[in-house]
Ligand binder design. Sequence first.
Ligand SMILES: Cc1cc2nc3c(=O)[nH]c(=O)nc-3n(C[C@H](O)[C@H](O)[C@H](O)COP(=O)(O)O)c2cc1C
Length: 204
Amino acid sequence: MSIVTVAVVFHSGYGHTARQAESVARGASSVPNVRVHLLDVTDRGADFWTILDSADALVFGAPTYMGSASAEFRRFAEESATAWSSQAWRDKYAAGFTNSAGVNGDKLSTLQSFVVLAAQHGMHWVSLGLPPGWLYSANGSAEDLNRLGGFLGAMAQSPSDAPPAVSPSDSDLRTAEHLGRRVASTVSTARGREHAVAGAPAEA
Ligand SMILES: Cc1cc2nc3c(=O)[nH]c(=O)nc-3n(C[C@H](O)[C@H](O)[C@H](O)COP(=O)(O)O)c2cc1C
């Protein structure tokens, strides 16, 4: 069984989205034969772009600032034009997550910007794959997975006066963990199929 690699590439100004990123990484790591890299766009090692170019999947994460991804993440996105020019990320898998203070907070706008970024790179988008929780049912609770009801990716909410030690909530972190697991499983299954097809005897 070959190893697949998932890179979680994120920005966090004050530490809340970093907790979400760690949860995504934990979920991806729970899938066998998966190697995970957790990469902060503002703290790059010399091999930052090499890791991204060689990963099977990239999970983009940023806080929602003024209705879209933070400027630091946008800088990274613009710098990825170099990878775009050589189509280095074509046919990789992509997914995304965001966190903001408002329950809505225009988080969808941030996730949509990640989808467009992935599409520009020719990547395959992996959705969250969870039904909406909480207020979607009279029996729902704030402890539900996907309590914020996103479909494109994992959403989290951190009240402005709550430190990262206590926010995002446990349910939002479990939702992020689910996303990481889903991306890693999706890539593992897809790469397994590709190997099976490559190894199959040619038809007569
Ligand atoms: C410049 C700035 C703009 C923000 N804009 C929004 C926003 O549009 N919607 C929202 O709900 N929260 C907004 N917030 C709140 C942050 O999204 C929230 O505090 C988040 O938890 C910060 O994540 P971080 O600790 O990873 O930076 C904004 C915060 C800052 C500093």
